[in-house]
Design a protein around this ligand. Structure first.
Ligand SMILES: [Zn+2]
Length: 251
């Protein structure tokens, strides 16, 4: 059966000299596509099957038992994020995002939103004026919500205080307490809570439009990363690679 699918290349496994498998995130889930290098059509469209390319794929699906496996017939790139290649740091973050998506069970209903989030994060990462750490936090907290783990950002779980000056956010329970009610969790100023609220609750169009105050960045980064890791219960090798890069760059 022939069909056309639109999606973004999350990973690739090279087979021999010319062929490869690619995993593609589409609005309906992840599809594995076999790309034969020997086919004239695919070598002509090489950039369309490279990592993080957003592409329209014409594929054939020969076996009925493998509904998520296809052979590539032709590929037409929709968007190549050239800016990503200019920064190893951005490229490492993009790989981390891709791993989170690959390792998670994607709920059918939120897969289109996950695709949209990933595309937007790649867009902002490929423009050098954006803060990669902020994009990382947005991705982590927003995808956690889409995967079904939304932190409770409403008020102190005990006394109902809406905006305490300082608070403790508990990753395991996914809720926060003001300083006078509890003293365990990630300590953060009110500004960090407001940033978390913005990322989790704001309409998609607006989530990238804010600036983290410098005194809030550290607690936001810690919280977003730990929250996603704890609730997905996964270890992401690309994240380790990202931190290794940062250490090398700051030496
Ligand atoms: Zn309280």
């Amino acid at each position: 059966m022939m069909m056309t699918i639109k999606g973004i290349v999350l990973s690739q496994k090279v087979l021999g000299e010319q062929d490869k498998f690619i995993d593609v995130l589409t609005e309906t889930g992840i599809v594995e596509i076999l790309v034969k290098g020997s086919a004239k059509i695919t070598s002509k469209n090489g950039s369309a099957t490279q990592l993080f390319a957003y592409t329209e794929f014409d594929v054939t699906n020969s076996s009925r038992n493998q509904k998520n496996f296809c052979h590539l017939r032709s590929a037409l790139p929709i968007r190549i994020f050239y800016g990503l290649r200019q920064s190893v740091q951005s490229l490492a973050l993009a790989s981390y995002f891709a791993q989170v998506i690959l390792y998670s069970a994607l709920p059918q209903a939120s897969t289109p939103e996950i695709l949209r989030l990933f595309l937007n994060c790649l867009h902002y990462l490929s423009e050098s004026e954006n803060n990669p750490m902020q994009i990382k936090c947005i991705f982590e907290l927003r995808i956690a919500s889409l995967l079904g783990f939304r932190p409770d950002v409403l008020m102190c779980r005990k006394c109902g205080c809406y905006l305490p000056e300082k608070l403790y956010f508990q990753v395991e329970n996914g809720c926060f307490y003001c300083e006078s009610c509890e003293t365990s969790g990630i300590l953060m100023p009110a500004g960090t809570l407001q940033a978390i609220r913005h990322i989790v609750l704001q309409d998609f169009e607006k989530i990238f439009a804010f600036r983290i105050a410098p005194h809030c960045q550290e607690s936001l980064v810690t919280f977003a990363e730990q929250f996603l890791q704890y609730h997905t219960d996964r270890h992401f090798p690309a994240l380790e690679y990202y931190y290794q890069l940062i250490r090398e760059l700051t030496l």
